[in-house]
Design a protein around this ligand. Structure first.
Ligand code: ZN
Length: 284
């Protein structure tokens, strides 16, 4: 949703580094099995890359992404948990590089939370050959990672946005409307700009729904509304609706310049554009 520069290392390179410190264990000979799987990993990584860029992730079958003779849970533990997440692990430096990608630590999936972990685009439980592939690892906040869980798309329209690949932030697609009830509140929704095709429109809407971004933004926006009520009241008394509108528009402008689809800028823009609101609907 919020774009990041794609990682430079391939899945095959990262896999080779991750297994570099794996030891042989008795009859398991785990290192031999992992070394023997390098060609399989290379093939998987290429297939995943091709499908990512062609929009066909929903066609990938879990059975094609297993490490031969290695249980999937063991592969994830040896490669991802011990090789990449563990401090001192051979791929920890790559983990840290990926975690540092978002400017100001903002989660690229929601544009709000703080990056806390790496999310596997294709779940590691079902696609172990991709468990340390950088293209499959997206820094995310805990909420997005938890809500997404082991989600896998079953059709192109339900494929979540990929921050390394999808570039949609040059246009405004997030909108909010003011709801005038006993307490004024905001409601968020996606509105595709002219020129988007049906597939992109569906994907953005699905991403927004699956990650529950509407309620996330509404909670934040309604807190903001409560926090600015006092200054809006003072401005209304000093300069009427014009002063209120100008203030809100200015706040929207400066925020939207930083994040075109950030909930903060969209909130101020929605408030500035609502006639009933600027005429005093916020007054107690
Ligand atoms: Zn998030």
């Amino acid at each position: 949703m919020w774009p990041l520069d794609p990682p430079s290392r391939t899945g095959e390179e990262t896999y080779a580094i991750c297994i570099s410190l794996v030891r042989q264990f008795g009859e398991e000979k785990r290192k031999t099995k992992l070394i023997n799987a390098i060609e399989k990993v290379k093939e998987s990584s290429q297939k995943f890359r091709d499908s990512t860029f062609s929009g066909n992730l929903h066609d990938l079958q879990s059975s094609d992404f297993q490490i031969p003779e290695v249980d999937g849970k063991d592969a994830v533990r040896w490669l991802y948990v011990n090789g990449m997440v563990r401090k001192g692990g051979p791929c920890r430096i790559i983990y840290d590089e990926l975690m540092a990608k978002p400017a100001d630590e903002r989660c690229p999936l929601c544009g709000h939370g703080i990056v806390r972990q790496l999310d596997h685009v294709m779940p590691k439980s079902k696609f172990p050959t991709l468990c340390v592939d950088p293209l499959n690892l997206v820094p995310a906040c805990g909420d997005c990672n938890t809500v997404k869980g082991d989600y896998g798309a079953t059709c192109a329209e339900d494929t979540l946005l990929h921050p390394y690949v999808d570039r949609i932030d040059s246009e405004r697609w997030l909108q909010a409307r003011v709801i005038h009830e006993e307490i004024v509140r905001l409601e968020f929704f996606t509105l595709p700009p002219a020129g988007w095709d049906d597939l992109l429109t569906s994907r953005v809407h699905h991403h927004f729904e699956l990650l529950k971004l509407g309620s996330l933004y509404a909670v934040q926006a309604n807190r903001t509304l409560a926090n600015i009520r006092q200054i809006l009241t003072a401005q209304f008394r000093a300069g009427g609706e014009t002063m209120v509108r100008d203030y809100l528009a200015s706040e929207a402008h400066t925020r939207l310049a930083v994040q075109r689809n950030g909930w903060e800028g969209v909130t101020y823009h929605a408030l500035a554009s609502d006639e009933a609101f600027v005429r005093g609907a916020f007054l107690d």
